[in-house]
Design a protein around this ligand. Structure first.
Ligand code: HEM
Length: 313
């Protein structure tokens, strides 16, 4: 082909582009000229490497604090990926099918599988002596204040399933705001000594309570469980879908909490006097899944499975 002849495919692409810009009343030629000067995309700009690597700001010069910060950041990114999948499911509300549901759940399950497996980094990957020093500089911050963790729960199940298990049955048919007031983490985060709300909780509520309640209202009829129920009966019965939902439920409510609890035991359980949690909770009574009894999709389990929830096999 002579160098002056332009490939017809290129001409077709240019025509399509022109249509796109014309639609918005834009000067197509000006945009084309802009392309001449535009830089090629680089990995570092696209992935925002410089910004990403500038986000680790330790409070001390104790080396293992870097591990603690980065592992929390990695976890928050996985939480964000999980919410990204959930939001795609919520957006499909009236046109969802089992195939799409399973595909997205499988992705969510693989994110949590990675989190559960990699939690070793927290359990064995830091020197306890270093951890016990730098944690004192972080008070009263705690992973308890992770809003994305709460958002995943709120988008997964009706709030009635997140009410503190001691009053869950009593509030079964209460209104959403009343149930939200008794959500498990509000009643769980009380100080060991006084029984009052911890500062960790008060701060968290100041920053996020309004946003989380808004999300709870928006998700009342659009959470994973309601989406499941909106499918035709034949789709609901697909075992792949039920299994994927159960895997997600157990990953978030049993396996991740168990790995997390192991880290608390490793660093904070030092007899005779246990070391207080940074968030000040009675963590031995609060964290284990067999005490929390949080289940996103209780109707998918037998009575026996529910009564063994979170207990060692
Ligand atoms: C050495 C590592 C860790 C220890 C010793 C630890 C300890 C604790 C303790 C004691 C609590 C209870 C609240 C409090 O009083 O602070 C808690 C809550 C929590 N932590 Fe961690 N944590 C660790 C790592 C992490 C990581 C990496 C994450 C990831 C984001 C995380 C997320 C959470 C969440 C979401 C809660 C609330 C759990 C619930 O309400 O059931 N933690 N943590």
């Amino acid at each position: 082909m002579s160098e002056h002849l332009i490939d017809p495919e290129v001409i077709e692409l240019v025509a399509k582009l022109k249509t796109k810009y014309d639609k918005n009343g834009q000067d197509f030629k000006a945009y084309l000229e802009g392309l001449i000067y535009q830089e090629y995309t680089s990995y570092w700009d696209y992935i925002q490497i410089d910004t990403l690597l500038s986000l680790q700001k330790p409070k001390t010069d104790i080396p293992d604090e870097q591990i603690f910060i980065m592992y929390h950041q990695i976890t928050e990114l996985y939480f964000k990926l999980t919410l990204h999948e959930i939001n795609q499911l919520k957006a499909k509300k009236n046109e969802l099918n089992a195939e799409f549901f399973v595909a997205r759940l499988k992705r969510m399950n693989s994110y949590f599988k990675n989190l559960i497996h990699s939690f070793e980094i927290m359990i064995d990957g830091m020197e306890p002596a270093q951890f016990l020093k730098f944690r004192m500089s972080l008070l009263p911050a705690s992973g308890f204040q992770s809003a994305q963790y709460r958002m995943i729960e709120i988008c997964a199940t009706p709030i009635s399933n997140l009410v503190s298990h001691t009053v869950r049955e009593d509030l079964k048919s209460a209104g959403l705001e009343q149930q939200f007031e008794k959500i498990y983490w509000k009643s769980g985060a009380t100080e060991l000594s006084s029984g009052k709300k911890t500062l960790t909780l008060t701060q968290f509520e100041e920053k996020y309570a309004f946003e989380l309640l808004r999300l709870a209202k928006e998700s009342e009829d659009n959470n994973l469980w309601k989406l499941y129920l909106s499918l035709p009966e034949s789709e609901q019965q697909k075992s792949e879908l039920k299994e994927a939902l159960k895997e997600f439920d157990k990953s978030v409510n049993i396996q991740w909490p168990l790995m997390h609890y192991k880290s608390a035991v490793r660093y904070l359980q030092k007899s005779p006097a246990d070391i207080a949690a940074t968030g000040g909770t009675n963590w031995q009574k609060y964290l284990p899944p067999r005490f929390q009894l949080r289940v996103f999709f209780p109707d998918l389990y037998s009575q026996e499975e529910l009564s063994n929830w979170g207990k060692p096999n």
